[in-house]
Design a protein around this ligand. Structure first.
Ligand code: GDP
Ligand code: CA
Length: 307
C-alpha cells in the first residue's frame, strides 16, 4: 500500500509521523508546503519541510511545539546584540540545516534534491517532497495591509484578520519532480490536519498538482484541524469563520471542493455533520496528545482505503 500525504508544518508533521508509524516509511510520500519559506539572515528557511523532517527524525521539541529539541539560541542572541534581524527564531542546531540548504540552493541544486539529501542524512526513510521547486510564496490580505506569510504569522503574531490569501508565483509553479508520480502511485491520498488556507491551499495552488488530485482514481481523505470548532493551535478557526462563514465540518470540507471523499472529524463535532454532501464523515478522537493517539488517528484515516 502506498500513501501520499499533503502536509503543512507542525500539525501536519505529527500526523505524518503517525502514518509512517502505521504503514512504514517506505510506503509514505509527503508533499510539503513551501508557501511559508522565507529568507532570513541570508538563509533559505523552509519551516514546514523542516517540521516534517524533525518530526520523522525524532528531533522535534514536543514541549515547545516547534523546532528542534535540545536547542540553544547563542547565534540568535549574538544577532540581536549586533542589531541584526532576530524576529524569526532560529536556533543553533536549526541554523546548521539552513546553512547546508542555502549553500546547495545557491550552487543550483533544486529544493527537492536538497530536501531528499537532508532527509537521508537524518535517517528519514519516507519520501519528502516540496510541492514545487519554483518560487511560490503565501501573502495575506488584511485590514492592516498586505503581508508576506511570516511577517503576518510570526512578526505580527497572526493578529490581523485575513480577508484573502494569495500565492505569489502560482501561475508559473510546476510540481517538483516526484510529486505527480507520488499522487499517481498512491492507493490512498491524505490531507493532514493542517491549516486549510495557509498550509494545504498553497500546495494545491500548484495547478497540475491540484488537477492530479481532482482526477484521482483512489480515495482522498482529509483530517480536520478543528476540534469542537476550535483550532488546537493557530488561526485556522478564525480564518474559517471569516473566509468560509463557520467552523463546522462542512466548512472544512468546503475548503477542498471535489478533492476529498471523506473527512475525519473529532467526536466533539459529531453532532454537526449536516451539509457534507458526498463527503463521508469519519468520527473519532483527533487530538494527537501522544504517540498512541497519533497512531490511532492515522489508522482512522487509513481505514478509508477500500479493501
Ligand atoms: P504549521 O504549518 O506549523 O502552522 O502547521 P499545520 O498547518 O500543519 O498545522 C496547524 C493545524 O494543526 C492547526 O490548525 C491545528 O488546529 C492543527 N492541529 C494541531 N495539533 C492537532 C491535533 O492534535 N489534532 C488535530 N485534529 N489538529 C491538530
Ligand atoms: Ca506552516
Amino acid at each position: 500500500m502506498k500513501i501520499a500525504i499533503l502536509s503543512g508544518g507542525v500539525g501536519g508533521a505529527r500526523f505524518v509521523r503517525g502514518v509512517v508509524e502505521v504503514v512504514g516509511a517506505n510506503a509514505t510520500s509527503v508533499i510539503g508546503n513551501v508557501g511559508d519559506d522565507v529568507e532570513v539572515l541570508g538563509l533559505h528557511v523552509s519551516p514546514d519541510l523542516d517540521s516534517i523532517l524533525y518530526a520523522l527524525a525524532g528531533l522535534s521539541d514536543e514541549h515547545r511545539g516547534w523546532g528542534r529539541s535540545e536547542e540553544t539560541w547563542n547565534a540568535l542572541e549574538t544577532v540581536g546584540a549586533l542589531g541584526g534581524e532576530d524576529w524569526f527564531a532560529l536556533g543553533d542546531r536549526d541554523l546548521g540545516l539552513h546553512l547546508v540548504r542555502t549553500q546547495a540552493l545557491r550552487a543550483g541544486e533544486p529544493l527537492s534534491a536538497v530536501t531528499a539529501r537532508l532527509a537521508e542524512a537524518l535517517g528519514v526513510g519516507a519520501q519528502l517532497l516540496p510541492a514545487t521547486n519554483d518560487r511560490l510564496r503565501t501573502w495575506l490580505e488584511t485590514p492592516a495591509g498586505r503581508f508576506p506569510f511570516q511577517e503576518w504569522f510570526v512578526a505580527r503574531g497572526h493578529r490581523d484578520e485575513v480577508d484573502a490569501v494569495r500565492f505569489d508565483g502560482e501561475d508559473a509553479a510546476r510540481p517538483a519532480p516526484g510529486v505527480l508520480e507520488a499522487i499517481e502511485a498512491a492507493d490512498l491520498i491524505l490531507l493532514a490536519p493542517s491549516n486549510p488556507y495557509v498550509s494545504i491551499e498553497p500546495i494545491l495552488a500548484v495547478r497540475e498538482l491540484r488537477e492530479a488530485l481532482a482526477g484521482r482514481r483512489v480515495a482522498c481523505v482529509a483530517v480536520s484541524p478543528l476540534i469542537g470548532g476550535r483550532a488546537v493551535k493557530g488561526p485556522a478557526d478564525r480564518m474559517l469563520l471569516r473566509l468560509a462563514g463557520g467552523t463546522s465540518p462542512r466548512h472544512v470540507a468546503g475548503c477542498y471542493p471535489g478533492l476529498i471523499d471523506a473527512l475525519v472529524v473529532d467526536d466533539a463535532d459529531a453532532d454537526d455533520l449536516e451539509g457534507l454532501g458526498e463527503v463521508r464523515p469519519i468520527v473519532t478522537r483527533t487530538l494527537m496528545s501522544d504517540a498512541d493517539a497519533r497512531r490511532r488517528l492515522a489508522e482512522a484515516a487509513l481505514g478509508a482505503v477500500p479493501a
